[in-house]
Ligand binder design. Structure first.
Ligand code: F6R
Length: 603
């Protein structure tokens, strides 16, 4: 959610930190700040709003020094303000700290520190950290000892980096729950909460594990546990993958990412690459053999992918299959044991709700499989098996290419499970064949772009939009409504088509446009009657359906002819485009919608 960056080396830290914050801004973007060490002082710049505002401040008043830390924030404890933004310091400003996560015992710590004369200037939980560090240093510890004492006393989940005026070029970092990586360069070191953000600076990284501390100076990195016991770590090599790749001639990353879908799907699906990835995991086949129920988990768009994956797996596998919102799973409402397979879908691999659901399942003996876009993320490292969606960096906060890539892996995994669990082989073959056509279908759907642009002008002035569908078309409708609401702020709701008349139809009138998705050949007639219900109440209805299908009094937008089971790939594309162009027409910040963050690391 928030982002951490740190640098110590031979160059000025400020430009490296500001650039790093730009890379991290997608994680959270209501305020940002940096702290740079300059011999006898720590100097700090902070601002609310975007990193650009901070960059302007730095331009007018540069901070000199070769060691520093920075942070981009998504407010949880305390509103977005300069006082609440990080880095936070002790009163004498000899220590600066940046923090991701939540300090659960901050109230007790605040009280303890206040009783010892400490004054707080922010409403954040994070501010207890520099004061506690100060308290331990004043009690006689050096920077490292005091840092270790401090992290041992913190409850909750966190990634922390700290600098101290009296500790030279040193940056100390700790991880408990929230990710943090160290990048090693020539005579310089980087810290980041996000592997991609430093991947254009170095290809040698160390992933900090839970309850571990990294001590870096420009020439050396050492690791320990929270008790100071040394840990030996081997570095990993990462491929250059600059986050700040340009939007490639597109006006926004979201549009670029929508257009990337055919290429990504081609590489995931053609040549059975994804399938062979899974097949090459014989141990997995052995582990899932006893499965008698499957839960698919995720949040937001990833949950929508999980719902569609659930429909496919129910079609193929002779076991109970259920998609559950990850945030609803750990409450004990679901039966989980060692015959359970839990498939967690998460682009970032860091979503707290999904991780705690996985943990809940693992503790009850379930086999856990992560479908993620982020290697070395917690979902990757903490699951029994992980498959990568390999769709490259998704920069736009609204997920598009990750969604269809998740579908590709879920469908392929469904076929694999069908074979392992003695499912319907003919159906597996049917799905496998349908998948071969998906790339071309998605490409054809992109051909609807101009039409979506025109249609968007029509929706931009709306207050509410209703999306309807049945089965997997309902899931597509849900994903379309989610895209629309998050980037246009128009109230958009999806309902199973048949459910509309049981209540929500009371809301339908001439000012509530209805968007229907109708791709299942057996359901066109039911769709026709449900559409009649809304049209007779004055609603302006549009229906996305295959070529050749018409509905009375309804504008039909024709999708490529496809098997109903794989229709979710191509039917979601025009809905993504429609949301995108409506957002543009309304003048919204498409790639960074208000109140949202790309990686949601709090429950
Ligand atoms: C919507 C969106 C979110 C995410 C959700 C889960 O466009 O991006 O709904 O899908 O926060 O994120 P991951 O997949 O990283 O677990």
């Amino acid at each position: 959610m928030c982002g951490i960056i740190g640098y110590t080396g031979k160059s000025d830290a400020e430009p490296v930190l500001v650039e790093g914050l730009r890379h991290l801004e997608y994680r959270g973007y209501d305020s940002a700040g940096i702290a740079v060490l300059n011999e006898d002082k720590i100097k700090i710049h902070k601002s609310t709003g975007r990193v650009d505002t901070l960059a302007d401040i730095c331009k007018n008043s540069p901070l000199r020094g070769c060691t520093g830390i920075g942070h981009t924030r998504w407010a949880t404890h305390g509103r977005a303000s300069a006082a609440n933004s990080h880095p936070h310091t002790n009163s004498s400003k000899t220590i600066a700290v940046v923090h991701n996560g939540i300090i659960e015992n901050h109230t007790e710590l605040r009280q303890f520190l206040a009783d010892n004369g400490y004054k707080f200037v922010s409403e954040t939980d994070s501010e207890v950290i520099p004061h506690l560090l100060d308290y331990h240093i004043k009690s006689g510890g050096d920077f490292k000892e005091s840092f270790l004492k401090t992290v041992r006393e913190l409850k909750g989940s966190f990634a922390i980096s700290a600098v101290c005026r009296d500790a030279g070029d040193k940056i100390l970092s700790a991880r408990k729950g929230s990710p943090i990586v160290i990048g090693e360069g020539e005579g310089e070191m980087f810290v980041s909460s996000d592997i991609y953000s430093i991947s254009d600076k170095t290809d040698v990284i160390y992933v900090l594990g839970d309850n571990e501390v990294a001590e870096i100076s420009r020439d050396c990195v050492e690791f320990s546990d929270f008790d100071g016991n040394k840990i030996t770590k081997t570095p990993s090599e990462i491929k250059h993958n600059s986050y700040l790749e340009e939007a490639g001639g597109y006006d926004h990353y979201m549009l670029k990412e929508i257009h990337e879908q055919p290429r990504i799907l081609k590489s995931l699906l053609s040549g059975e690459k994804t399938l062979s990835d899974i097949k090459n995991t014989p141990f997995l086949a052995e582990r899932v053999k006893r499965t008698d129920k499957i839960y698919l988990l995720g949040c937001g768009t990833a949950y929508n992918a999980a719902m569609t994956g659930g429909i496919v797996m129910r079609y193929l596998c002779p076991v109970n299959v259920c998609a559950v919102m990850a945030s609803e799973f750990a409450g004990g409402f679901y039966d989980v044991d060692d015959k359970t397979l839990v498939i967690a879908v998460t682009q970032s691999g860091e979503t707290a709700d999904t991780l705690s659901a996985m943990d809940f399942a693992a503790k009850r003996g379930a086999v856990t499989v992560a479908i993620t876009n982020t290697q070395y993320s917690r979902a990757d490292t903490e699951s029994d098996f992980a498959f990568y969606t390999r769709c490259g960096r998704e920069v736009s906060v609204a997920s598009t290419k990750a969604y269809t890539a998740q579908l590709a892996v879920l469908y392929s995994f469904g076929v694999f499970l069908c074979n392992c669990l003695g499912g319907d082989v003919k159906r597996a073959e049917e799905v496998r064949e349908a998948l071969l056509k998906v790339t071309a279908d998605v490409h054809l759907s992109l051909g609807l772009e101009e039409e979506m642009k025109t249609l968007a002008g029509h929706y931009a002035g709306c207050r509410d939009i209703y999306y309807i569908g049945r089965g997997s078309d309902f899931v597509t409708a849900t994903e379309g409504a989610l895209k629309m609401k998050e980037i246009t702020y128009i109230h958009s709701e999806a309902y199973p088509m048949g459910e509309l008349k049981h209540g929500p139809i009371a809301l339908i009138d001439r000012d509530t446009p209805v968007i229907a998705v109708d791709c299942h050949p057996d359901l066109h007639i039911k769709t026709e009657s449900n559409l009649r219900e809304v049209v007779t109440r004055g609603a302006d209805a549009v229906c996305f359906c295959p070529d050749g299908i018409t509905h009375n009094g309804v504008r039909c937008i024709h999708l490529p002819e496809t098997h109903w089971i794989t229709a979710p790939f191509s039917s979601v594309v025009p809905l993504q485009l429609l949301a995108y162009y409506t957002s543009v027409a309304k003048g919204c910040d498409v790639d960074k919608p208000r109140n949202l963050a790309k990686s949601v690391t709090v429950e």
